[in-house]
Structures are given as structure tokens and as C-alpha cells.
Design a protein around this ligand. Structure first.
Ligand code: ADP
Ligand code: MG
Length: 594
């Protein structure tokens, strides 16, 4: 019988393990089960290399609870270990790992959940909950079985064992304060969290009860050609406890040099009571590592949910590691590329369906384009503009159209409120686009800034395309100049339709955008601030009422001109108190004349 002390070279590693790893004891389950799966994978590899014969029994892992004995046992039928291997991989490696661990983290505060594993302390995490651990193992070779016992104080004994079939049983004698780990439901839920997708069947059992925990081949480990939409949706619902199908998904299967797999989902519309924040789960060869990883997907896609399986990242990733890592940046770039490609594919496959999708994803995509020029370049052919008639046009088609030199795109920020102006364009079959979200108008400015000779114009900012030029008429000009009551008021004449409004207010595009922006910021800051909009009075010389003004007596025509001006203001914006007073006064005077 061989005896020894795990702690020969240090004071004692166990108090340290306990202290440092206190924060997340559950992970001992993950560590032991993933060791068990590793042992099976090793055996499979040996079989494939013809180094040993195929197993007659199904590869699997059991997590068995025994309340009477107060034990939790993790058993596998993998490679097992010889005495030399236990000495080398458990006694010595663990020891050096522990020394490294202590020297690095002593005196520092940290949550140890991520540290374990990295220093070869995976197996020893068992001591977070056990006062005493046994290893019963038999190598797949002819070597005899080994029995290893270790007490909480770090003393171990190793000698011949009586296990007859290949594989390993790790028996944890649970310490009294951790008896919750003898509870079937507790262990089952921990297994479901960490081991739901491990590569071999994992059973949780107690007495007669026995349940399969995992899905041996999760969707992301399969080839996209073997999967249907339903498979993807089922995984989404299972992982994220959502009863709705996602809007779409992207399955990524990246080879060298990135070597990762993943499925990302764009969730369905949420109501305002629900959080829109997505959740990215990180796996390491199907072993769950961490939830809610924000660092890999850019913030403009914060609503994405999904799984990423990255064997290139260590099992014990930390947030700071992810934040400042070249591999993660490449990963992120690849994800963005794939997402953009998927959108283009959806657009090409079923345009009508894509239009419905577009209404939901638009703000994210537009925001993403502004934040990330690579994303913009990649997704630009998938960008749409919605029209007031309910149709959609690809922005790229407009930008690459015939009139390359001077592209004017008319839009409305509020189709109902601006319906009169929209109607002017509809009559002339000029499309009007709906930019009704805050991000839309910002995005329009962004597209303009991209260098193309394109200009977005709100329907009330230019009437050139819906009117003909009018002959000079000084009298009409001065009549309306007086009607506004403003010194140096801007006035011009244009011939719209005979039934179109007699007078319209044109709002300068730039000044209005600036005023809108100021209003948005002041709303955000809770302050009152605005900026003046550059307004111009457009007199419709083709309007039948305007044509009659010249033949009226001066007093009448002045009153009516003033009335037209005020009505144009009403159509354009909310009136100030003075303007409103002036409107009532004008109307009163008009009734006196009749
Ligand atoms: P790691 O898994 O990172 O190597 P662990 O502390 O988890 O570190 O395990 C140490 C070593 O002990 C493993 O590399 C493996 O060689 C051996 N080992 C642990 N558990 C088993 C098992 N169930 N079957 C065979 N070997 C095992
Ligand atoms: Mg391990």
C-alpha cells in the first residue's frame, strides 16, 4: 500500500481550494463529468487507432446518489488509469497545479469558479463538497485495478483495487454541510445546466430512478444540412425558455483558424414588458462554460441569443480575457459576417418574408451599419426602405439606379401627420419612404455621408418635383410678405395643382433635422431646448383661390392671404400662442366682411 500526502510541499492545498472556490461549488459536477467524457473520448480514439478493441457496452457516464452512504459517484467506462497514471495525473499533476495556483492567487481576491481546471485542479474540485474521495479505476490495458483514497486533509493511500471492467468511479463522500448535493433534484438541475449537451449519454440515478440528462449531439455540432428549421427552433426554445419561435437563426461552422461552432438566434418581437436583451451561452466542446457572454457579439446585436462552442478558448475564460483578446475579435468579426450573409440569403430566397422580418430587425441593422462599417459593407444589399404604399425597395437598387448623379429620396417621418404632403408625391407617382424611427433619420444622414450623391428629403422640405416653376409676381409676393407679419420672411412662388393647398410651408431639411436632434437630446436630458427651423412660404400660383386674389379689393385679399398663411402653418406644425390668436382674429375679420 502506497501512502503519501498531497500537501507535502505546501502547507495544505485543501483549505485553499475551499476558500478560493467557495463561490461556485456546483462546478465540481462539471469537472468530474467532463473528465469522465474525456476518458471515453480517449478510449474511442484508441479504438479508432486500432490500439485497443471496441467496447462491447455503450459508452456512458453515471452520476449516482446514495443517501444512505452519503456518496455521490461519477462513473465512466472510458480508458481508466493504471497505478502509474494515477500517480502521474492525480497525485503529481494536481500537486504542481495547486502550487502554481497558490503562488498566483494567494492574497488576491477572486472568484475561483473559473480558476479551477486551468491549473489541473479539476479533479480536486471534488473536495469542495467531499470530506473524502475515492478513485476506483481499471485501465483498458491489462494493468490491475487501482483503489485510491484521499482524506480531506490531503493524505492519500493507493493500492490494488477490485474494479473488474475498464473505467473509473470517482466516489465523493459528501461533507455534512454540503448534503444538498445528495439531493436528486439538485444534482439533476446542476447536470442540466452544465452537462446538457455533453457528447456521451449522462444518466442521473438514485436507487431505481434513472434519467438521461443530455442531448448527445446538440444541433450546433451537427451539419446544417442534417437539420430543419424545427430542430433549430426546438433548441432555441429549450435553451432560452421561450415559447415563441425565433425570427431567424444563423448556424456557424468555422474551421481553421477560428475553429468554433455556434447557432445565433434573432428572437421574436418582445412586448414592452419584456427585456430585449439576448443571452449568449458559451460552450467548450459541448461542455457548458458560461452564460450571458457579452464580449463576443457586438453591442448593436445585444438582442441576439445563442450558443457558441469555442474549444479555442480556455474552459475558465474570464470577462477580462474575452474583452481584450485577438481571437475573440476575430470570432466577433466572423459572426458579423455570417449574420450579414444570412440576411442577404433570406432576402434573396423570399423577399416578401424578408420584408416582414425587416420591420423588426431594421433598427438593429441600421444601428449596426452606423457603428461598424464592415457590417455595413457586408449587409448593404440587404437594406430596405419601406414605402408609404406598403411596398419595400432595396436601398442599394436606389443608389445604383440610373440617375446616379443626383438621387433624391423623399421620406416622411410620420405618414399620418404628413399625409397631405405625402399625397402630393403620390399623385405624381413619386415614391415616399417611411423613416419613422429615430434611428432611421440618423441612418439616412449616414447613407448621405457615405459619399454617394444621395439626398434624403422630407416631404415638406422641397416641392421642386411636385410643382412647376411659376412666373414672377411681385404683387403676390408682397401680399404674402405682409401676411406673415415677419420681417424678411422667405417667400417663393410655385405652381402646384389647381386643387392643391394655396400656401404651403417648406421646412428646410438641414435645420429641421438639427431641431429634431436637439429635441431628442433635450428629451433625453429632461431639458427644454429647441432650434429654429428654417421655414419658407410657398405660394401655389396654380391654386384657384390664389388666382382670384388679384381681382379682390385690397382689404379682402390681405385677410385671405393671412388666413392661407396661418392655415399652412397649421398643416406644418403646432401654432404658437401668438399665431393662434392671429388666426382667430383673422377669421373674425373675415366673417365681418362676408
Ligand atoms: P484536466 O482534466 O484539466 O487534465 P483534472 O484535474 O480534471 O485536470 O484531471 C487530471 C487528470 O486526471 C486528467 O487529465 C486525466 O488524465 C486524469 N483523470 C481524471 N479523471 C479521470 C477519469 N474519469 N478517467 C481517466 N482519467 C482521469
Ligand atoms: Mg478535467
Amino acid at each position: 500500500m502506497k501512502k503519501g500526502g498531497i500537501s507535502v510541499q505546501t502547507e495544505n492545498i485543501f483549505p485553499v481550494i475551499k476558500k478560493w472556490l467557495y463561490s461556485d461549488k456546483d462546478i465540481f459536477v462539471r469537472e468530474l463529468v467532463s473528465n469522465a467524457c474525456d476518458a471515453i473520448t480517449k478510449h474511442k480514439r484508441l479504438v479508432s487507432l486500432s490500439e485497443t478493441e471496441e467496447s462491447s457496452e455503450e459508452y456512458c457516464v453515471y452520476v449516482t446518489l446514495d443517501k444512505a452512504l452519503k456518496t455521490l459517484t461519477v462513473s465512466d467506462n472510458g480508458v481508466g488509469m493504471t497505478e502509474e497514471e494515477v500517480e502521474k495525473y492525480i497525485n503529481q499533476i494536481a500537486l504542481s497545479g495547486a502550487l502554481d495556483f497558490i503562488s498566483r492567487y494567494e492574497g488576491e481576491d477572486s472568484n475561483g469558479g473559473g480558476i479551477i481546471g486551468h491549473f489541473g485542479l479539476g479533479f480536486y474540485s471534488a473536495f469542495m463538497v467531499a470530506e473524502n474521495v475515492e478513485i476506483k479505476t481499471k485501465s483498458y490495458t491489462d494493468a490491475p485495478a487501482v483503489q485510491w483514497d484521499c482524506k480531506e486533509n490531503g493524505e492519500f493511500e493507493m493500492g490494488p483495487g477490485n474494479k473488474s471492467s475498464k473505467g473509473t468511479d470517482i466516489v465523493l463522500h459528501i461533507v455534512e454541510s454540503e448534503y444538498e448535493y445528495l439531493d436528486y433534484e439538485k444534482i439533476k438541475s446542476v447536470l442540466e445546466k452544465y452537462c446538457a449537451f455533453m457528447p456521451y449519454p449522462i444518466y442521473c440515478q438514485e436507487g431505481e430512478k434513472k434519467e438521461l440528462i443530455n442531448e448527445v449531439l446538440p444541433a450546433w455540432q451537427q451539419s446544417p444540412s442534417d437539420l430543419k428549421d424545427e430542430d433549430y427552433n426546438a433548441l432555441y426554445k429549450k435553451l432560452f425558455n421561450d415559447y415563441r419561435d425565433p425570427l431567424f437563426y444563423v448556424h456557424i461552422n468555422a474551421d481553421y483558424p477560428l475553429n468554433f461552432k455556434g447557432i445565433l438566434y434573432f428572437p421574436s418581437m418582445r412586448n414592452s414588458m419584456e427585456s430585449n436583451e439576448g443571452c449568449i451561452k458559451l460552450f467548450y466542446n459541448s461542455v457548458f462554460v458560461a452564460d450571458n457572454i457579452k464580449e463576443i457579439v457586438p453591442d448593436y446585436l445585444y438582442n441576439l441569443s445563442g450558443v457558441l462552442d469555442c474549444p479555442e478558448l480556455p474552459l475558465n475564460v474570464s470577462r477580462s480575457y474575452l474583452q481584450d483578446n485577438t481571437y475573440v475579435r476575430k470570432l466577433s468579426a466572423h459572426i458579423i459576417k455570417k449574420l450579414a450573409d444570412k440576411l442577404i440569403k433570406l432576402k434573396n430566397e423570399d423577399f416578401e418574408k424578408y420584408c416582414v422580418l425587416w420591420d423588426v430587425i431594421k433598427p438593429y441593422i441600421e444601428y449596426g451599419c452606423m457603428k461598424d462599417s464592415k457590417f455595413y459593407d457586408r449587409v448593404s444589399s440587404g437594406l430596405l426602405l419601406k414605402k408609404t404604399d406598403g411596398g419595400y425597395t432595396a436601398l442599394a437598387d436606389l443608389l445604383d439606379g440610373e440617375n446616379k448623379d443626383d438621387i433624391k429620396l423623399y421620406y416622411t417621418t410620420d405618414p399620418r401627420q404628413q399625409s397631405y404632403y405625402v399625397g402630393l408625391y403620390a399623385d405624381k407617382q413619386i415614391p415616399v419612404y417611411v423613416l419613422d424611427a429615430v434611428v432611421d433619420t440618423q441612418f439616412a444622414s449616414f447613407v448621405e455621408s457615405k459619399g454617394k450623391n444621395v439626398k434624403f428629403l422630407r416631404v415638406d422640405s422641397a416641392f421642386d418635383d411636385v410643382s412647376a416653376s411659376a412666373e414672377k409676381d411681385e404683387e403676390l409676393m408682397s401680399l404674402f410678405a405682409e401676411a406673415t407679419g415677419i420681417d424678411g420672411a422667405k417667400i417663393s412662388l410655385a405652381a402646384l395643382g389647381a386643387d392643391d393647398a394655396p400656401v404651403l410651408i417648406r421646412c428646410g431639411e438641414e435645420s429641421r433635422r438639427f431641431a429634431d436632434m436637439m429635441r431628442m437630446y433635450s428629451a433625453l436630458n429632461g431639458t427644454e431646448s429647441g432650434a429654429p427651423v428654417d421655414e419658407e412660404l410657398i405660394v401655389n400660383t396654380a391654386n384657384t383661390a390664389i388666382l382670384k386674389l388679384s381681382s379682390m379689393d385690397a382689404e379682402k385679399s390681405k385677410l385671405i392671404a393671412k388666413h392661407f398663411y396661418l392655415m399652412a402653418l397649421v398643416a406644418s406644425r403646432a401654432l404658437t400662442a401668438e399665431e393662434l390668436k392671429s388666426l382667430f382674429e383673422t377669421d373674425r375679420l373675415i366673417t365681418e366682411l362676408i
